[in-house]
Design a protein around this ligand. Structure first.
Ligand code: FPP
Length: 236
């Protein structure tokens, strides 16, 4: 039997379809989806899972209509304000990954403020991936690394040293590798999410649309995960 996952990552897909199925605007689906974020976060904290990463806005999501992008930005900022009490009450630490420098100042401040006020919390760390894409993250990582290396470092680089440098400079530095990667909404792809960090993740794809996702379903996935045999390339 596996030990409890240290890091669960979730692609929260299906908000738009959930809303359209009910004759509502797509944005209503995102609003409903935000409530599930709270349920899943509290459940992970109650299960003593140390890290939960949620894909809230990708580097590709800018291609959506401006009204939807603007709605998501406002929803995120409101969520960060409204949910503060939940982070405080449950000692949940908040962290963002992705290039947040492009967001408006007020959203950036809400992110920094919540990171700051929860920095000493000791329960679950909830990580929101915001303007996040793995290609962008890896490219930013390589740029950071090139700024730190001199000629001699470059000549003595080995793959092992390079792997350590990449791990230390990714947005996810200090986070463990992903153990469980979940995608709701019926698609079986990972859409530029934590590509480097999921090399030995166990995958879970469910047709459930994100606003219908429940902690009961998550509990079933956890039970399945605990039964899976993970060999990490070895024989047993
Ligand atoms: C994908 O569903 C979802 C997103 C692009 C945004 C995820 C946002 C939330 C779950 C709510 C806000 C989050 C927080 C943390 C407050 P989709 O719109 O692609 O759905 P579709 O595939 O049915 O169109």
């Amino acid at each position: 039997m596996n030990k409890n996952p240290q890091h669960i990552a979730i692609i929260m897909d299906g908000n738009g379809r959930w809303a359209q199925n009910q004759g509502k605007k797509r944005t209503q689906g995102h609003k409903e989806g935000a409530k599930i974020v709270r349920d899943v976060t509290q459940w992970c904290a109650s299960q003593h899972i140390p890290f939960l990463t949620l894909y809230a806005f990708s580097t590709e999501n800018w291609k959506r209509p401006k009204v939807e992008v603007d709605f998501l930005m406002r929803l995120l900022e409101k969520y960060l304000h409204d949910e503060k009490s939940v982070y405080m009450k449950n000692s949940i630490k908040f962290r963002a990954i992705g290039d947040i420098s492009v967001f408006n100042k007020s959203l950036q401040n809400a992110i920094f403020e919540l990171e700051h006020s929860t920095q000493n919390h000791t329960n679950l760390t909830q990580i929101l991936a915001l303007n996040y894409g793995s290609h962008d993250e890896i490219a930013r990582t390589f740029i950071k690394i090139t700024h730190t290396l001199n000629q001699e470092d470059i000549l003595t680089l080995t793959p092992q040293k390079m792997i350590a440098l990449i791990n230390a400079n990714l947005d996810t530095a200090t986070l463990p590798e992903v153990d469980m990667l979940i995608r709701t909404g019926g698609e079986s792809r990972i859409s530029n999410f934590l590509l480097w960090q999921s090399s030995y993740a166990e995958f879970f794809f469910t047709p459930t649309l994100w606003p219908d996702f429940t902690t009961d379903e998550l509990d079933c996935m956890l039970k399945d995960f605990l039964q899976r045999k993970r060999r990490f390339g070895a024989l047993n």
